[in-house]
Design a binder for this molecule. Structure first.
Ligand code: ZN
Length: 199
């Protein structure tokens, strides 16, 4: 991109690395930023730096949060014996939006995918097992996506947990195949949760 100066090129370059941002979008956003009032651009940069600096995993459920324990784990009114396993923080948020789930969560940060070389050790599975072994757990609800990776992960988890004699359930398959949980409406999620079956 020698027709742009170095600073402009590198801004386009960095933006183009973001997921879902193609070359055209990267240019459009770059020039939008360059036309912003300087204060506004500073605020954007500051927000990104602060979020990245302060956000980390919850000590208990591994969701992304800015405190040691996330608001759900530190809420005594939640049923801490019921753990819903989700793939990411956005999925957790989708279930929270239904306002009908009173248990806690465990966020895996991914799903097992032999095709992409993602194995059980690459997601927060050991952490889930550690939790289950030291806490009094009555039910583990596996709410991974209904994609191939999500199903593989669900099977793997149920095989790990079953020997411990803990009730393990899988959300109903009302969730469209391969659909990201975060893009599904609340009613569908509620039906999937209420229709969960033991596996
Ligand atoms: Zn938490």
């Amino acid at each position: 991109m020698e027709y742009y100066s170095e600073e402009i090129s590198s801004l386009i370059d960095e933006l183009g690395r973001l997921p879902g941002i193609g070359a055209k979008s990267a240019q459009r956003i770059a020039f939008h930023i360059l036309h912003m009032p300087k204060e506004e651009a500073k605020r954007l940069a500051h927000t990104i730096t602060e979020a990245r600096e302060k956000v980390h995993y919850c000590r208990e459920c591994f969701t992304l949060t800015d405190s040691d324990l996330c608001p759900i784990c530190s809420n005594p009114r939640r049923d801490h014996k019921k753990i819903m396993v989700v793939e990411n923080t956005q999925d957790l948020a989708a279930y929270e939006k239904t306002g009908k789930y009173d248990g806690v969560y465990h966020v895996l940060h991914g799903a097992i995918s032999p095709m992409q070389g993602i194995g059980p050790d690459d997601i927060k599975l050991k952490e889930l097992m550690a939790r289950i072994s030291k806490e009094d757990v009555s039910e583990v609800i596996i709410a991974t996506n209904s994609s191939l990776e999500g199903e593989t992960t669900a099977m793997y988890i149920s095989k790990l947990i079953k020997p411990a004699g803990i009730k393990t359930t899988r959300i109903a398959s009302g969730v469209p195949v391969g659909g990201d949980l975060e893009n599904i409406d609340e009613m569908t999620l509620l039906r999937a949760l209420e229709g969960r079956t033991e596996i």
